[in-house]
Structure formats: structure tokens, C-alpha cells
Design a protein. Structure first.
Length: 73
């Protein structure tokens, strides 16, 4: 979902939406999405036997190389 779509659904300006989102969630929407993707990938790494590339793709992180870079950052 794009920010533009979220602002229409919330009937807010983009600036107000971003400010309120950060206030409520403690993160920007992009940082929040990255956190959710990393949490999901960690869970799949522990609980499944899937290859890292497949886990990365399922979580919207591209490939295993991109996923590993996020853990090293």
C-alpha cells in the first residue's frame, strides 16, 4: 500500500498521516515495514527449513544477499 493510498483511506494529508504514524508507531512507515519484514524473516529462519533466498522473497526483501546485508547493518 502506498502512502497516497493510506492517506486517502485515513482521510488525512500526507504530512499529517506521516506525523501521526510516527507518533503512534514510533517509526516512519518505511522503517515500520522494514521491521515487520525483518521480524517475519527471523521467524521463518528459525521455524522453517526454507532457503534464505526463498525467505527473503516471501518477506519482500528481494534476495538472500539483501537480507544478509540488513542483518549486518
Amino acid at each position: 500500500m502506498s502512502i497516497a493510498c493510506a492517506t486517502r483511506v485515513a482521510t488525512m494529508s500526507e504530512r499529517n498521516f506521516l506525523r501521526r504514524f510516527r507518533t503512534e508507531m514510533g517509526l516512519s512507515p518505511s522503517d515500520y515495514l522494514l521491521k515487520i519484514r525483518l521480524d517475519m524473516s527471523c521467524r521463518l529462519l528459525v521455524e522453517s527449513n526454507l532457503p534464505v533466498d526463498k525467505i527473503a522473497r516471501r518477506c519482500g526483501l528481494g534476495n538472500g544477499r539483501q537480507l544478509s546485508k540488513l542483518f549486518c547493518a
